[in-house]
Ligand binder design. Sequence first.
Ligand code: CP
Ligand code: NVA
Length: 304
Amino acid sequence: MSKQNTPRHFLSLMDLTAEELHTLIERAIELKRMLRAGETYTPLTLKTLAMVFEKSSTRTRVSFETGMTQLGGHALFLSSADTQLGRGEPIEDSARVLSSMVDCVMIRTFEHENIERFAAHSKVPVINALTDLLHPCQLLADMQTYFEHRGNIAGKTVTWVGDGNNMCHSYINAARQFDFKLNITCPEGYEPDSTVLEPAKDRCEIIRNPLDASSGSDLVVTDVWASMGQEEEQAKREKAFANYQVNDAVMAAANSDALFMHCLPAHRGEEVSASVIDRKDSVVWDEAENRMHAQKALLEFLLC
Ligand code: CP
Ligand code: NVA
């Protein structure tokens, strides 16, 4: 069967093998080098990526759109506000129609089930650019950043501080695929989804005290306390997460060469102190830039 009839999708880090993911990270590092060396590489000439956004974005939109341009292709921005998706056209119909014209579809949406339904009816690869459950593209960038700064993450310890949200879930999947230990420190009631955690429980541990959780870590990661769609819970969450800020004390408990990452956007004074995110050797800016390099490697993997 041709590639067209059996598209590979990237809805979760678990959709690729560990070997494929490692190859993809190496390729992202190489594509970054090629770009910096001024080498032109356009394998996606005349290919179009549809980018469906049902939530806001800065990094995801710019990285996919610029990445497609650099690879010789085109990206089409589609928001639910001005397409028929936002007016109730069935997901299945939208998938059939969009995938009959474009070569790949990237979707940022709410329920993870919606992207699965779209993918099931799509003739072309579908990429998860964030759902309420997962944010796998961000993990490609985070892993690339760790590999660039510290080498292989296998056998290392990562500490997730804060909400058991889409980013936390993707870190749990990454722990399985990249072979690291994950400490999760969160208040009661904000644990990750048990269906994501259960298959990874041999390498993930919930530790309530952030200093204990961070102790001996090679990487400390956090994310906003209230994700997109949870804006009304902001005040309640500020109270619940008050003791779960990544600050100098949390970083001091980690290993002396521990990195700090945040998918951004960040709220200084909430989930992270300015002293941590703005320190001179902060890698969060590399992490953001790597979205583009890692997703170029993903697009090449799925489309070439
Ligand atoms: N990290 C991330 O996905 O950023 P955006 O919401 O700006 O795309
Ligand atoms: N957890 C955040 C990530 C933003 C990139 C959200 O879903 O809003």
